[in-house]
Design a protein around this ligand. Sequence first.
Ligand code: LLP
Length: 383
Amino acid sequence: MTQFPIAKFRQHSTPFYFYDLELLHSTLDALKDGIGKSPFFVHYALKANTNPQLLAAIVESGFGADCVSGGEIKAAVNAGFESSKIFFAGVGKGDDEIDYALDHHIGCFNVESMPELELIAEMASNKAVVANVALRVNPNIDAHTHHYITTGLNENKFGIALELLDNAVAYCQKQPNLRLIGLHFHIGSQITDLEPYRLLCERINDLQDKYASKGIKFDLINVGGGLGIDYDNPDQNPVPDFKAFFDLFRKELHLSADQQLHFELGRSVVAQCGSLITKVIYVKEGLGKKFVIVDAGMTDLLRPALYQAHHKIENITSTATETDRYDVVGPICESSDCFGVDEILPITRRGDLIALRSAGAYGEIMAMHQYNMRSVPGCLVEE
Ligand code: LLP
């Protein structure tokens, strides 16, 4: 089990997110090592976590930013990401957000539809600027992940269908205020089997061949994010296998010497360095069940309720050697406010601290502050 600074935790009001910056630094180093000398560029997906201290470490490592709203672009600018390394994705970019992005001369818009392309062209023309765009293609590939976080199928709202891509490419070529620099893909999130990425490479190779035969070449290919992490064994696998991930693209994707390959990794960068720390309020005996009721709920960590996700649960203060079986639940008035069923924990008592592991991605950022009128979870970053 990870050694947590328990004495510090005891002085902090619960629940709170704890971030281990040392682990984040090791993860960023592994990411750099995995890239090696390849022309690969990682844009950290801010949607996973915008904690300023985490962003500072990521900026320092030289990575770019993948943003999906004006708010995220603002956070990226404030954190010090170079504007040329800020990319703007999202299926419903608002006028004011595009306006803000154009004014900040961001590196690229990942465009998802014809009406969006038309709007960006019009707004860029009004400002007499040229916007770099990449077209997000829906490759119709099953990422075999939870259906709420799969994005690359025809039935999903994301991207431009392969059949409609020619139109969008032709439109870009006619517009003086658009510079078509690439193709963008993203097939889903928490992908642990690399096979869908191999299929994606095949799809991209075919597309590139097709366009090359028409004399059209792209400066960059962006394969999105999605690399999964080990939620069951955060201590055995604290750093994802970036090398295997990048090796697959090195092997399967045909790129010419002057082409760049871009990635938008979120979860794999920040998930393992964060834990939600919560205190046991009561241990309640039910009929044939025992409930550990903690002071964090689905309002603080939504993933279990929304995606039936499981975060490893550890009692980090119990000294008991005997164990018992518990359902670990939050205080919210919803049956889905449950972090674990039949969890084997050391004998657990009121006041014990519980860590919900691997919560650095899509944890704090998805916390809700209205429901049941609860307060925002706190935050503690260990340098
Ligand atoms: N690029 C695009 C276009 C995306 O939509 C996403 C995530 C990413 C990159 C980053 O993917 P990552 O490397 O983090 O898997 N809230 C869900 C995950 C939603 C992911 C949305 N898109 C969860 O907690 O599992």
